[in-house]
Design a protein around this ligand. Structure first.
Ligand code: CMC
Length: 433
């Protein structure tokens, strides 16, 4: 980050003004450094939802929303989705560069060494209702990891940070699969370290003691791609939550549990589940036009789930790859007529030609297709956001590590415009109306 210029802020009608530095990164717009704005002019900035605020310096992920660009550590997402795999992407996100063969092998071992969870964690599950949403279980059990692995909770020790990161990346899929099995009433499945990250996850989800289970290479590849595409997305709501929680010095397991909670919402990670619910509610293609009218009605709060993005105002590059993967998976599974996919395609066609969506730059996002793929793979909708959480854990962990290692890091503490009552005196009960 370097100074690229300056900006002068003048309060209209007064003589007060100040000059603030403009900062630039490798790519992206310049940023006004407002750190001295309050001390020099006595004013704060107002930016609900932080849409125009850079909350940190980061070297991990770059998005150009207008051009539809997403890069991890400078590598375009399209190349990573095609040529890399999830475990290599994890190394890249965490370490800044692609590994050589030995580094990748060591990293793979370091992660797989931690795939099992403490046996006592099984007992935790007994406390949940069988019909609990698996994201509720994820929030609880991932947060509880701090109670089991407190030997490595000194966030100021780089080695302890690294071990906590490996534990999280390795154990989150195991916990996710346990949450799934618990809802089904089936026994938990121990991880198989000889399998790839994606294959092991599918294995833990789908294996039952009574039947052999072979992971299909096409489904393994599809799951791997879903994981790669969701691995990081710069300062989105859940990542910012992880950073905010981490800025207080909270332990990494607590921070990732906070990220899981933020991801759960339907405007964020919960959208893939919401897409399928929406398609099921619409029911048949002939009802799509009426639904679209409802979405466009200012007086309704109905949204077209899987459409729109805070940052992508052209297309979501992840959605393009997901669309291709969706067709590959349906072909592999021999699904020729998938009514939900037909409905999704029709919806996409109508929305992309409708002025409401065009003028607001609303395009399909990654979640528009990922839900259809997961459904075709036999995964129930309640697990969709959990799979997003499995993928995003490495992004959260990498961003958390970067934040802890950033010397300019301070506790996150936004300000506000207060619009409540002015100062007033307490009234005894007898004097209140
Ligand atoms: N359907 C209908 N109208 C929409 C939609 C939508 N999905 N998204 C935005 N709009 C409208 C919005 O009502 C507003 O209209 P107007 O200008 O008339 O008031 C305009 O488009 C601008 O929207 P906004 O609310 O300012 O956009 P935002 O950046 O605050 O919200 C979003 C982004 C993702 C929360 C929103 O587009 C949305 O709720 N989409 C549906 C949920 C979804 O698919 N989320 C997944 C995002 S991708 C996965 C991830 O990274 O988490």
């Amino acid at each position: 980050m370097s100074k690229t210029g300056s900006i002068t802020v003048t309060i209209e009608g007064s003589n007060s003004s100040t000059t603030l530095p403009l900062l630039g990164g490798t790519l992206g717009p310049q940023v006004a450094d407002i750190r001295k704005l309050y001390s020099s002019l006595g004013i704060f900035t107002y930016d609900p939802g932080y849409g125009e605020t850079a909350s940190c310096e980061s070297k991990i992920t770059y998005i150009d929303g207008d051009a539809g660009v997403l890069m991890y550590r400078g590598y375009p997402i399209e190349q990573l989705a095609e040529k890399s795999d999830f475990i290599e992407v994890c190394y890249l996100l965490m370490n800044g560069d692609l590994p050589n063969k030995a580094e990748l092998e060591k990293f793979r071992k370091d992660v797989t060494y931690h795939t099992m969870v403490h046996e006592q964690i099984r007992r935790f599950f007994d406390g949940f209702r069988r019909d609990a949403h698996p994201m509720a279980i994820m929030c609880g059990v991932v947060g509880a990891l701090a109670a089991f692995y407190h030997d490595n909770l000194d966030i100021n020790d780089p080695r302890q940070r690294e071990v906590a990161a490996f534990r999280l990346i390795a154990k989150v899929p195991t916990i996710a699969a346990m949450a799934y099995k618990y809802a089904l009433g089936q026994p938990f499945v121990y991880p198989q370290n000889k399998l790839s990250y994606a294959a092991n996850f599918l294995y833990m989800l789908n294996t039952v003691p009574a039947e052999p289970y072979e992971v299909s290479p096409v489904l393994e590849r599809a799951m791997d791609r879903i994981l790669v595409l969701h691995a990081d997305h710069e300062q989105n709501a859940s990542t910012s939550t992880v950073r905010l929680a981490g800025s207080t010095g909270a332990n990494p397991f607590a921070c990732i549990a906070a990220g899981i909670a933020a991801l759960w919402g339907p405007a964020h990670g919960g959208a893939n589940e919401a897409v399928l619910k929406m398609l099921a509610e619409i029911g048949t293609p002939d009802k799509i036009p009426a639904f679209i009218e409802k979405v466009k009605d200012k007086n309704s709060d109905v949204k077209l789930m899987g459409f729109g993005h805070r940052v992508y105002k052209n297309f979501d590059p992840r959605a393009k790859i997901m669309k291709e993967t969706c067709h590959e998976v349906l072909a592999e599974l021999g699904i020729k007529d998938e009514p939900l996919l037909d409905m999704a395609m029709e919806m996409e066609r109508i929305a992309l030609t409708d002025d409401y969506f065009i003028s607001r730059k609303l395009y399909p996002n990654v979640d528009f297709y990922s839900g259809i793929i997961l459904k075709a793979m036999g995964i129930p909708t309640s697990m969709f956001t959990v799979i997003f959480a499995v993928a995003r854990t490495v992004g959260w962990v990498s961003q958390w590590k970067e934040m802890i290692e950033d010397p300019s890091q301070r506790i996150g503490r936004p300000r506000q415009i207060y619009t409540g009552a002015g100062a007033r005196d307490y009234k005894p009960m007898a004097e209140r109306g």
